[in-house]
Every structure is written in structure tokens, then in C-alpha cells.
Design a protein around this ligand. Structure first.
Ligand SMILES: Cc1ncc(COP(=O)(O)O)c(C=O)c1O
Length: 500
């Protein structure tokens, strides 16, 4: 059986993920392309399709998207799988017209094979179609990853050992109190000082990261079909959570002041999801005027604002940005925090700060849905914060990340002068590069072939008309020595697609 140059063929296809097909889910586009190639005879019987991981990498799409397309090809009879050895083009394509023409079979003899896809819920299909999580967690310029090599392991290990020595039975059980009280106390004190958050420890519900926190808000504060406003461009992870809860996600444009909420919408939102301290991914900081407008509109519509404060600890320029929650006179803002960027993502700890009236409902629901746990880890984290290690680690990392960002900015400016504009450098672990000429999807694919992850900015937009052409580059986990060579490879990738 022969290998196929399918990846090259797909990459070379002019209409791959182009705007005229942008309404179609990516897995459907991939399915259509491969099916089309089989029917056109470009992929003959017995040809082996490339491994899903390779296709995902080559096309900068989620592996699930490819798996989904391959599964459907097999289910519809275009391909066969041989006990884990791969996916092969079948001998008799099932397309009714083709079968009739080539094999003399009548359409009446077609028996539609059952499709696993059709047995998934509509919410699951939407979730899979919009899937954006990448398998790649390390290297230049992977997004959203802190430098986990800098995590103070020795201190953490000492605290964990200390907690285990004295762990009572309760600490090894389910987390029925929606988070360990010492952690909530330490957090409330820290956040009041560092983030201007207005809360008592009782208002905190500890979660497994922001995603679980957002999921709880979606399930408890809105019903299927209700409208949630999200920023456009925006965080695909939150969009996925809302879609999985059956909510109607409405993309609201972002300008230089942050989310631009419509003042007379057709349907009032139930939820408004924002990243005011560091808009994801554009880097815009929401202006005070916009914060006021948003809190007033939320009050008018009876909507809850979900403030995702995911990486604002790392602010390099400009005045510190207090939280929206602390500014909301109507107390409709729910603050979502995470330890993923400050400590490490695998810790899976985050938290919600709720208005007092919601705490009981969230606590019971958290326990019913997830049971909770990790109380020894939460106790160790409480000590880590109370003993000052948390603030010290943030200070140290802010300096390191600030230096990396300066290095990255300089390298980009000297290699790509005239080709790019750099934005969103005040805060966080990523910046955004606007491309003046080269197409961001093509650059992203070319960069991947050079071992560089550079997510296309346009892929963060729900509305292709609004989409800006650029790259989102994470620098948190990229060491100083890697930055220069990585930018050089990125520049080569940009040149190869007709920029620079
Ligand atoms: C905008 C945004 N919010 C939240 C998160 C973190 O989510 P979690 O706390 O579940 O790790 C990320 C991670 O990349 C993010 O980019």
C-alpha cells in the first residue's frame, strides 16, 4: 500500500478554509475535500491516509477535527481501517451516482450506514466543531503556558510534605465545602490588595480551573437557548463551554476600549463574558467608560457579567488595572480567577468570587456535579500564599516575562520591520502581531513546518468580516535564548508565503 501526499495536496488547495466555506465546520470541510479527492480518483483504492496527528499539525487544526472527518469517511464507506495500522481508501466508494456509474448499482440498493456523528448530541457536535485546544504545550510560541521550569518546586514540595504529615481524614475526602477555608481566607486577603477585588472568604468557590468556573456559571445562570455575549475576537475555550451548555453565543465586537456592547440588542443577554484586564487575544485593556457602560447594561438587562481575569498579574506598562468586579455598583459581576498562569496549568485550580446571594446555589451545585477534592493541595496553596511565596513568585516572574517580551518585541521589529505592527504588550504572556501583507493562516502553517507555533489571529473571530490578519504569540514558556532563533524561523515562514 502506498503513502499519499495528501497533506501537500490539502495545503495546496486554494479553497481550504477560505471565507466562502467559513460557515462550514472544519471537520466537514476536511471530509468534503478527502471525499472529493476519492471520487475524483486523486486518491485511489488502497491509498493510505496520513496519520491524523500529522494532518492536524500540517493544517493547524485540532486533532479531534481530523479524527471526526476520518471517522465519518469510514462510517460512510469511503475508507477502511485495518486494526490500528491506519485508514485506507476503500475499493468501492459509496457515492450513489458514482456507484451507479462505475459499479452499475442502483441507488435503491443503497443502505445508509448508521453514523456515530448523528448519535452525538447537537451540543456535542457544536463543541467538537469549534474545538481549539492544541496537543502542543511546549515551545515557541505556544500560547497560555507559563514557564513551569521556574516554579519553586522545593518550596512546594516542602509544603505538600508538611500538609501530608498532618492531613486529617476530612482532607482526603470529597471537598464538600467548595474549597478549603484557609485557601479562601488567604485568597480574599491577597486579591483585595493586588486586584481591588471586593469580597469576603465566604464568597469564594474553589474550582478546577477557570473552565469549571465558567461551566458552573453557564449551567446555573442560564437556560439552553439563552444568549451569552462573548468578545469577538475572543477566547474559544469559553465559547466551547457555553456551547456545550446549549447557550446561544453572540459575538460582540471589541475595539480599542474593549467589548463594544450593543445598547439596544434584539435579545437581552443572560450572561456577558469579558476579559477586561487583558482582552484575549487582542491585549486591549477595557476603558473605565466601557466598564461603566457594561455594568449599567448588565443591570438594565438583568444579566450577569463573568470577568475572566486569567493573567493580569503580569502587567508591565501603565497603571495597575483594578478588577471590574470591584467597580460594579450593582454587584452583577462574577470574578473568575485561575492559578494556571501564575503557578502551572496542570494544578487545575481556579476560583469564583460570587455575589453573596449566589454562593449557596453554587456551593451545592459544585458538590452535586463535581464533588470537589484536592483539599491537601488547597491547604498547601493556602500556606504558599499566606507565607508570601505566591506574591514573591509573581514578582520574580513578572520581571522574567517582561524581559522576554522586550526581547521578542525587539527581535520582531528588527527582523520584520515594515511587515508587522505589534499590539497588546502591556500585560500577560502573549502579544499580537498584525500582518500587513501575508495571510495569517498561510503563515501559521508555514511556521509550523519550521517548528514554530503561531496561531492565526483571524481564527479567534466569529465574524470573518471583522477578522484581523495577524499572529498571536505566547512568550511565557520560551526561554531568552530561544527567542531570537525562533523569530528568525518565523520570518522565513512569512517570507515563504509572500510577506517580508
Ligand atoms: C482567556 C483564558 N481564560 C482562562 C484560561 C485558563 O483556564 P484554566 O484556569 O481552566 O486553566 C485561559 C488559558 O489559556 C485563557 O486563555
Amino acid at each position: 500500500m502506498k503513502e499519499t501526499p495528501l497533506i501537500d495536496w490539502l495545503l495546496g488547495r486554494s479553497h481550504w478554509a477560505q471565507p466562502d466555506r467559513a460557515g462550514l465546520p472544519l471537520n466537514r470541510q476536511l471530509f468534503d475535500d478527502i471525499r472529493g479527492a476519492i471520487l475524483a480518483g486523486q486518491l485511489s483504492a488502497g491509498t493510505r491516509l496520513p496519520p491524523t496527528r500529522e494532518v492536524a499539525k500540517g493544517l493547524s487544526i485540532a486533532r479531534n477535527t481530523v479524527l471526526y472527518a476520518y471517522e465519518r469517511l469510514t462510517e460512510e464507506g469511503y475508507t477502511l481501517t485495518h486494526g490500528g495500522s491506519g485508514t485506507y481508501v476503500g475499493k468501492a466508494p459509496p457515492d450513489p451516482a458514482l456507484r451507479e456509474r462505475v459499479f452499475g448499482l442502483s441507488q435503491a440498493s443503497e443502505i445508509a450506514p448508521p453514523r456515530a456523528e448523528s448519535r452525538l448530541s447537537a451540543r456535542a457536535r457544536e463543541l467538537l466543531d469549534g474545538a481549539g485546544a492544541s496537543d502542543r504545550q511546549v515551545g515557541s510560541f505556544v500560547l497560555g503556558i507559563p514557564d513551569v521550569r521556574q516554579f519553586p518546586r522545593a518550596t512546594w514540595q516542602r509544603l505538600i510534605t508538611q500538609v501530608w504529615k498532618t492531613a486529617c481524614q476530612e482532607q482526603l475526602g470529597y471537598g464538600t465545602r467548595h474549597g478549603c477555608p484557609p485557601l479562601k481566607h488567604a485568597l480574599a486577603q491577597y486579591l483585595a490588595l493586588a486586584r481591588g477585588v471586593d469580597c469576603s472568604p465566604e464568597q469564594i468557590v474553589v474550582t478546577q480551573g477557570s473552565h469549571q468556573a465558567i461551566d458552573l456559571c453557564a449551567r446555573l445562570l442560564a437556560d439552553p437557548g439563552d444568549v451569552v455575549w462573548v468578545e469577538d475576537p475572543g477566547y474559544w475555550g469559553a465559547r466551547s463551554v457555553f456551547r456545550a451548555a446549549g447557550l446561544k453565543v453572540e459575538a460582540v465586537p471589541v475595539d480599542a476600549q474593549g467589548m463594544q456592547p450593543p445598547v439596544a440588542p434584539q435579545t437581552a443577554p443572560k450572561l456577558i463574558f469579558v476579559t477586561p484586564s487583558h482582552q484575549y487575544p487582542s491585549g486591549v485593556v477595557m476603558s473605565l467608560a466601557r466598564r461603566r457602560l457594561l455594568t449599567e447594561l448588565a443591570h438594565r438587562y438583568g444579566a450577569w457579567i463573568i470577568e475572566d481575569d486569567y493573567d493580569s498579574e503580569f502587567r508591565y506598562h501603565g497603571a495597575p488595572q483594578p478588577s471590574l468586579q470591584g467597580l460594579d455598583p450593582h454587584r452583577n459581576t462574577i470574578y473568575v480567577g485561575s492559578f494556571s498562569k501564575v503557578l502551572y496549568p496542570g494544578l487545575r485550580l481556579g476560583f469564583l468570587i460570587l455575589p453573596p446571594s449566589l454562593v449557596d446555589a453554587f456551593a451545592v451545585a459544585h458538590s452535586e456535579l463535581y464533588r470537589g477534592g484536592q483539599l491537601q493541595i488547597q491547604t498547601a496553596l493556602a500556606l504558599f500564599i499566606a507565607d508570601g511565596h505566591y506574591a514573591a513568585h509573581i514578582r520574580r516572574m513578572r520581571k522574567i516575562y517582561g524581559e522576554r517580551q522586550a526581547l521578542l518585541t525587539q527581535a520582531l521589529q528588527s527582523r520584520l520591520d515594515g511587515e508587522i505592527d505589534i499590539v497588546g504588550t502591556d500585560t500577560g504572556l502573549h502579544l499580537t502581531v498584525l500582518l500587513r501583507r501575508a495571510d495569517d493562516h498561510r503563515v501559521s502553517r508555514a511556521a509550523l513546518a519550521h517548528g514554530i507555533v503561531a496561531r492565526p489571529l483571524s481564527s479567534y473571530y466569529a465574524d470573518p468580516v471583522r477578522a484581523q490578519n495577524g499572529l498571536v504569540l505566547g512568550y511565557g514558556g520560551v526561554s531568552e535564548e530561544e527567542i531570537g532563533p525562533a523569530v528568525a524561523r518565523l520570518a522565513v515562514a512569512i517570507e515563504s508565503v509572500g510577506g517580508a
